[in-house]
Design a protein around this ligand. Structure first.
Ligand SMILES: *Cc1c(COP(=O)(O)O)cnc(C)c1O
Length: 482
């Protein structure tokens, strides 16, 4: 194995629209002039493509299906509208997500409420509009039934199920009803004479932590069995919703991904110069002179993503039984899924202007960006993709930099990873972080220092060359009292 002396690269998977945009410095300057920095760009034709990818799999298997875009992955209304135009539904996780989807004209039959905490206000909205509610616990059932009763309505419901069995264990989740109890709970309470006479049972739902296709396959198999048992109690399961968590691949090269992880461990062990800010192990630690822990980032390189991931779930043989795909033939159960991240693959880009360059005490280059850490943040310990830089071309003078943000925190380093560049960026140069639409833009965005929230722009169509007026501002006013 060759020792790596330079910084390991992590070349991202990119789309033409991203490259075209980064190559047009005049356009970029005009966008910043109009809307400031940072800017989140959304290329909506990529949404259509992602929807098509999943639909094709279901069609191939001959399984009735519906997709619901999990809106919590990105707050832009343009994505809700695009989902609607594609004839798919929207998975809403709060009162405002649900209200905005209704206001955008999404058919209530294509809405689902899966919020972890369902306020009375949210449930009332669902009841009034006949929106399906996925129930998580008894208290929620009591509240929803009483609201439905007051409004003299029958509200469609599904039950979130957890505690599924795999070949080796029972999966823990803080969400949902335990699979060992939910059957009798539904059967005894959801009949016409039952306690929840205003709730109409429609189906089963799960959303599993992590990215295992085996676990999802096992869960789907167990839900199909349960649907059969419910049927013998006179309860018809119209759908099984397999949630989200479909993997997205962000990186071009497996070798680079492996190399990065190897070099990170070496750096943490002190066997090479740091490759992350202050030698942050991103989950790896030296304890008792040994490297311990695990990388606490998203698995940015992976092979079984998108349609392949869904295929694996549908084809998985739990305990060597028939696959879900086989079991579902002729059963008339709609399989639903709620992709968030995977519906936004290649949809987004975050752009920021370079404001300053400086050398710190340790002689490291810091490139100050007009943005802050919360505007490129998910639950992953770092976003492990090389950014794209719009440069005015100059002779190469390779440099290694960290990108720093605008919060008054020592830790506001936008990428923890040190990045190798052909030149030191100049003031006014543009740094582009690619594939950020899923979770990176909004999930943790805060307004410390009273910084404005980032501006979100959408492109509706694919074009060779864009003009400023092609970008539509998605006004997402937050923190209001409306
Ligand atoms: C977050 C979430 C999703 C979407 O998950 P992704 O990983 O973005 O696909 C779907 N359903 C539920 C219930 C969720 O909580």
């Amino acid at each position: 194995m060759k020792p790596v002396t330079e910084l390991p690269a992590l070349a991202p998977v990119v789309s033409d629209w991203m490259l075209n945009l980064m190559a047009d410095k005049i356009l970029l300057d005009s966008l910043f002039e109009t809307w400031g920095s940072p800017l989140n760009i959304h290329y909506l034709p990529a949404v259509d493509k992602n929807i098509h990818t999943f639909r094709k799999v279901f069609e191939k298997h001959g399984i009735p299906h519906q997709l619901f875009y999990a809106r919590k992955a990105n707050k832009c209304k343009s994505l809700v509208k695009r989902s609607k135009e594609n004839g798919i539904g929207v998975d809403t996780a709060s009162f405002r997500e649900c209200l905005e989807a209704l206001e955008a004209g999404v058919n209530p039959d294509l809405l689902v409420v899966t919020a972890a905490v369902k306020t009375e206000k949210l449930l009332k909205l669902a009841v009034e509009n006949n929106v399906l509610v996925i129930l998580d616990n008894r208290d929620e059932c009591d509240l929803l039934n009483s609201i439905a009763k007051k409004h003299n309505k029958q509200t469609p419901v599904g039950f979130r199920v957890s505690g599924f069995y795999t070949d080796t264990e029972k999966l823990y989740s803080r969400f949902g009803f335990d699979i060992d109890e939910v059957l009798s709970f539904i059967a005894s309470n959801c009949s016409r004479q039952g306690k929840y006479s205003h709730l109409t049972y429609r189906g089963l739902h799960f959303h599993l932590n992590g990215y295992s296709t085996e676990e999802r396959g096992a869960a789907l198999n167990q839900c199909i069995s349960m649907a059969e048992k419910l049927n013998s109690h006179g309860l018809n399961t119209r759908f099984i919703d397999i949630g989200g968590g479909v993997l997205v691949n962000y990186l071009k090269s497996e070798d680079e991904w492996e190399c990065f992880r190897r070099e990170l461990k070496k750096a943490v062990k002190g066997e090479r110069k740091e490759i992350t800010f202050n030698n942050d192990g991103l989950g790896y630690q030296m304890i008792d002179n040994k490297i311990q822990g695990a990388l606490e980032t998203y698995p940015f390189f992976n092979e079984g993503n998108g349609d392949v991931f869904l295929e694996k779930v549908l084809n998985y043989r739990y305990k060597n039984r028939n696959s879900a795909s086989e079991l579902l033939q002729g059963r008339n159960i709609e399989i639903r899924m709620e992709p968030g991240r995977s519906l936004l693959n290649q949809v987004g880009m975050t752009l920021a202007r370079v404001v300053f360059r400086k050398k710190d005490m340790g002689g490291r280059w810091l490139v100050g960006l007009e943005m802050n850490m919360s505007q490129l943040q998910s639950s992953s310990a770092d976003f492990l993709l090389d950014p794209l830089i719009a440069f005015v071309p100059t002779p190469k003078q390779p440099v290694e930099v960290y990108f720093s943000g605008a919060y008054c925190l020592e830790r506001d380093i936008v990428l923890k990873r040190k990045i190798a560049l052909p030149n030191l960026p100049k003031i006014g140069d543009v740094v582009g972080f690619v594939n950020t639409a899923g979770y990176m833009m909004h999930f943790f965005e805060t307004q410390a220092h009273l910084f404005e929230l980032s501006v979100n722009l959408s492109l509706q169509t694919s074009k060779e060359k864009y003009e400023t007026r092609d970008f539509e501002n998605d006004v997402c006013v937050s923190y209001g009292n409306s």
